[in-house]
Design a protein around this ligand. Sequence first.
Ligand SMILES: [Fe+2]
Length: 245
Amino acid sequence: MHVDLNTKPAVEAFFDPVSSTISYVVQDPASNACAVVDSVLDLDYASGRIKTESADRMIAFIKDNDLDLQWIIETHVHADHLSAAPYLQQRAGGKIGIGHNITVVQEVFGKVFNEGTEFQRDGSQFDALFSDGDSFHIGQLRGDVMHTPGHTPACMTHVMGDAAFVGDTLFMPDGGSARCDFPGGSAEELYDSIQRILALPDVRSRGRLRFVMRSLRTFTWATARPRPSLSNSAPRGMHSFPCQS
Ligand SMILES: [Fe+2]
């Protein structure tokens, strides 16, 4: 797995208080290229109406800073919010990418919700279906993709420079690791995925890789560096991460 710890992309976080979702704009330090990770549409549960205020804030940030949106990345399919990826793409461009096992998730939920054959289950709604080991570029910033299933079959960790977007596979210390009770979830796979993340270069030694992760119980988020002594000694299935905001 390619990890470039000397390239440090700027990461701007956007918080949606209704779903507690954190979305990110990642900027290539060498150009004006950027990517959006895990965008969100606003959902008013009382009325069932969808709004685009959160997505519009990100679009305004991209335009105000003269950024070129090249990728719209989903770390996984989210059960707690709707993605704004198509809305962002229509207004700011970029390619939408997700893990190749989205087809597994689509098949499962197509049956659960009794969707007809008009609901495509081949991932054709996305521009790119990433497999483990794939890479892509945001300007000169290279992104590398690692399949980290467990929370969902399609979960991917994206490493861009010294920042690892772990999605819901790992949370800040108040949350720990992801839930695995969604259809297709697996605690065993999640454990193996976390071990792969902790085995990324430098994590267990100097901890220079930033984990971009969110809290579950407080409305905060951080880029966190795992403390090597803890990640080495933590009991099976439990990991502690001191956070730097
Ligand atoms: Fe999730």
